[in-house]
Ligand binder design. Structure first.
Ligand SMILES: C[S@@+](CC[C@H](N)C(=O)[O-])C[C@H]1O[C@@H](n2cnc3c(N)ncnc32)[C@H](O)[C@@H]1O
Length: 280
């Protein structure tokens, strides 16, 4: 086992694949169901089937396919979430968006809406960590919703999923107390330059790109969501690097009071917080 991991790490490193050790170790630990720390301690040889499978996985990683796509699932907070080609790989960055949302919820049972739920990451994490909340989630992709439903079931979380373009056609009488979203926020023109092949070639375009205007989804969210918001509803949005100030200003112009920002684990501003006051 140890020799196979070392050889794979060398091959990946020589090919310039990012994080070669992590890729080689995680794939082995998931293949055999052992802890990552153990894969460099165990000397027993792999069975021919396992060796062949590991080799196939390493060849896929050599083509810059992300580890989570090779496995077909990703870990997010304490959830295991299955993926398909219509779902974004949930990012550790987005955990800070969940933290910010949980902070707004405190212990109060609220009605929460996650727009563009993908694998269900944000909605399922909130439903699981605050079981008193009524959690709804939308996506425009039917196939993403199929897997999000399955992820909710597998993780024992109750989330109501809706196929919708943002909130159009959604009926939530009385409105929601908390809106959370990680919308597409990459402008398609800069993408070739800025995104790593793992993202550009493997994440679904509909999850990444907001057209030629990186702020298009934020604009739509501020214009279209008030119809489903209770007065004083909290809003937590994930933003891209350098976007927070402009998003807060855009919200303010549409009647949302800016409350602040939150950083992700890498120290970058990743979430903006606002409150809907426009009904006044
Ligand atoms: C950046 S991904 C976020 C996925 C997931 N919430 C996460 O954080 O991992 C954006 C999601 O928005 C969905 N989406 C794109 N356009 C949409 C629209 N008009 N209405 C609803 N969802 C949309 C995509 O299918 C994708 O799942």
């Amino acid at each position: 086992m140890r020799e196979a991991v070392r050889a794979a790490t060398r091959t990946l490193r020589e090919a310039g694949v990012p994080e070669p050790e992590a890729s080689a170790q995680v794939l082995m630990s998931e293949l055999l169901g052992v802890r990552r720390g153990e894969v460099l301690l165990r000397e027993e040889p792999l069975s021919p089937e396992d060796a062949a499978r590991y080799e196939r996985w390493i060849s896929r990683r050599l083509k810059r396919e992300p580890v989570q796509r090779i496995l077909g699932y990703a870990y997010f907070r304490n959830l295991k979430l299955y993926l398909n080609e219509d779902t974004l790989i949930p990012r550790p960055d987005t955990e800070s968006v969940v933290e910010a949302a949980l902070e707004r919820i405190d212990a109060r049972p609220l009605r929460v809406l996650d727009i563009g739920t993908g694998s269900g990451a944000i909605a399922i994490a909130i439903a699981q960590e605050r079981p008193g909340c009524e959690v709804h989630a939308t996506d425009i992709s039917r196939r993403a919703l199929e897997i999000a439903r399955r992820n909710a079931d597998l993780n024992g979380a109750r989330v109501r999923f809706h196929l919708a373009d943002l909130v159009s056609g959604l009926r939530l009488p009385g409105g929601v107390d908390l809106l959370v979203s990680n919308p597409p926020y990459v402008d398609v023109r800069g993408a070739q330059r800025r995104l790593a092949p793992e993202v550009r070639e493997w994440d679904p375009p509909i999850a990444l790109y907001s057209g030629e205007d990186e702020y298009a989804f934020f604009r739509r969210i501020f214009e279209e969501t008030p119809e489903v918001l209770k007065e004083e509803a909290d809003v937590v949005l994930e933003v891209g690097d350098g976007q927070s100030q402009k998003v807060l200003e855009m919200g303010e112009e549409r009647g949302f009071r800016p409350l602040g920002t939150r950083r992700d684990l890498a120290g970058d501003v990743r979430a903006v917080l606002l409150r809907w006051e426009g009904g006044r």
